[in-house]
Write a protein that binds this ligand. Structure first.
Ligand code: MCA
Ligand code: AMP
Length: 506
């Protein structure tokens, strides 16, 4: 058979792996909803037909800011099927953030919850978006009402591996978010690799408790289950007590370190509850050795830690069969070329620390409408500079020891200090600010700000926090703000954040 006959659309790749028994359960919720594989095919077909009827052409962007629900997943799958480019947006984003994403991505369709319509629609119209629909968490909203009139069969649009499937916005060191363009081929290659590497098998059931607007929940978790033809238990949000209740019915769980910290705070989280589980996976932020060890003592299993980025999906992983080593993110995944280099781009030896660079079929196609930025992030021989700093140990496992990007990771969400400093500096009475990450038992790192008032002005930390809440996503708002007379600077005039971190650590 000629390879031209194969459709490389990611949906087609996943669909070829669906179980034969289309009546079997694909997704269920604790509220008692059951969706079969056939339901998934029909619902995604209706939505794909609706997109086509709205006049959207393959390559159009579909921006989505909705609560997690089975229908939100169907909308993602429909976008793939129709050849659109999916743009998932964190539900915590406020008007200023949404304005930037919509203005930058220029979607043809925006889907939001009914509660957000009053402020999302004017932003969308301002940027010339043709269609705005709502989707609620309980199968409500205008989108599903409109889709109901459409046929439940749809021929998945033919895509090549290089065609774009999604744009994931990641904040930047300059304070401006960049849209990482991921292709059908990027996502399919990672899904295939992880399927083998994590030993997905018949009978696996994924307990899905992550949000679906980032790589971890939308791609790594969902594609894993769909590619294996596995059922998902679909939790609308992470609730540790609910996770403990559902664990006996699952075999695989994926979470960020904060989720493991919170699970370990649950009395019922023990060997009994986890007896049927085969794999717990952690990523998006460093897993503390203490959490890894507490988990092993309590459950008798080792968490498998892996490492990735929005731009690259997954890069390294501890093994499924083999030793999982605390404080490491494992070896480069098959097909991923990962090197650690010094400042002159010369390879580092084992135990030597340097910048992590990667190349492979999983690496993104560049930043949306930012060709110069894209070029500067790649080396002449095609490696992407991750901005993470690490070293290989003697066994070839990667240890991430820091970042050469000014980034805070709080509960698995990335916060770029520059973005928050820009917003704080615009507030009345503020002369300047420095945003830092401080150690936090629950979130790993917590956002804090050190602020200098303009001469003759008095600032109250609580007032600043209240103002910021309305402007930026809740997880970006500093938990603590310290008002100081001046910021420490070095001879070059650069703010010494290490001094601030040391001073406010306690
Ligand atoms: C919520 N809040 C947070 C965070 N999450 N504050 C700091 N950091 C956070 N991560 C704040 C809210 O603004 C709110 O503040 C209060 O906490 C309660 O909000 P709620 O929504 O109830 O929070 P939660 O349910 O307790 O959420 C904690 C969480 C969540 C479940 C850990 O943050 C989460 O789902 N994190 C996962 C993120 C993720 O999927 N990352 C993957 C990125 P207030 O009360 O003051 O209003 S993909 C990635 O990084 C790469 C590719 C990778 O390797 O995976
Ligand atoms: P994002 O681009 O938002 O998906 O975040 C990617 C960043 O998260 C990476 O560049 C790393 O800094 C960090 N990251 C992801 N997984 C891990 C991990 N297991 N350990 C340490 N850092 C991680």
């Amino acid at each position: 058979m000629k390879s031209a006959a194969v459709n490389d659309n990611l949906f087609a790749v996943l669909e070829r792996r669906f179980p034969r028994q289309l009546e079997s359960c694909c997704l269920e919720t604790p509220e008692g909803l059951h969706y079969s594989w056939r339901d998934l095919l029909h619902a995604s077909a209706r939505l794909a037909n609706l997109m086509k009827a709205l006049g959207l052409r393959p390559g159009a962007r579909v921006a989505v800011q909705v609560e997690k629900s089975p229908e939100a997943l169907m909308l993602y799958l429909a976008s793939l099927r129709a050849g659109m480019i999916f743009l998932p947006l964190n539900t915590a984003y406020q008007a200023g953030e949404i304005d930037y994403f919509i203005g930058n991505a220029k979607p043809d369709l925006v889907v939001c919850s009914a509660e957000r319509l009053a402020w999302v629609e004017p932003i969308a119209r301002h940027h010339g978006v043709r269609h705005v629909h709502t989707l609620g968490a309980n199968r409500d909203g205008t989108l599903l009402a409109a889709a109901a009139a459409h046929a439940d069969e749809f021929r998945t649009v033919r895509r090549s591996p290089a065609d774009l499937a999604a744009i994931l916005y990641t904040s930047g060191t300059t304070g401006r978010s960049k849209g990482a363009m991921l292709s059908h081929g990027n996502l399919a290659s990672n899904a295939r690799t992880l399927h083998r590497y994590w030993g997905w098998r018949g009978g696996d059931v994924l307990l899905h408790a992550l949000p679906i607007f980032h790589v971890h929940g939308l791609f790594v978790a969902t594609h894993g289950a769909l590619y294996n033809g596995s059922k998902m238990i679909w939790l609308a949000r992470f609730d540790p007590a609910e996770v403990v209740r559902q664990l006996p019915r699952a075999t695989v769980f994926m979470g960020v370190p904060t989720m493991y910290v919170r699970l370990l705070d649950q009395a019922g989280f023990d060997r009994n509850a986890c007896a049927g589980m085969r794999l717990f996976i952690s990523g998006s932020a460093p897993l503390r050795t203490e959490t890894f060890e507490d988990f092993e003592r309590r459950v008798g299993m080792r968490i498998l830690e892996r490492y990735g980025m929005s731009e690259t999906i997954m890069l390294t992983s501890n093994p499924c069969d083999g030793e999982r080593i605390a404080g490491t993110v494992g070896k480069p995944l098959p097909g991923v070329q990962l090197r650690i280099v010094d400042d002159a781009d010369k390879p580092c030896g084992p135990g030597e620390t340097g910048g992590i660079q990667v190349r492979g079929p999983n690496v993104f196609r560049g930043y949306w409408r930012m060709p110069a930025k894209t070029r500067s992030e790649f080396t002449a021989d095609g490696y992407f500079r991750t901005g993470d700093v690490g070293q290989f140990d003697a066994n070839g496992y990667v240890r991430i020891v820091g970042r050469n990007k000014d980034l805070i990771i709080t509960g698995g969400y990335n916060v770029y200090p520059k973005e928050i400093e820009t917003v704080i500096d615009e507030l009345p009475g503020v002369l300047e600010s420095a945003v830092i990450g401080l150690p936090d038992r629950d979130f790993g790192e917590a956002v804090a700000a050190v602020v200098v008032a303009r001469p003759g002005t008095t600032l109250e930390a609580q007032d600043l926090i209240a103002t910021l809440r309305a402007r930026i996503a809740g997880y970006k708002v500093p938990r603590r703000i310290f008002i100081v007379p001046e910021l420490p600077r070095n001879a070059m005039g650069k703010v010494q954040k290490n001094i601030l971190r040391d001073s406010y650590r306690q």
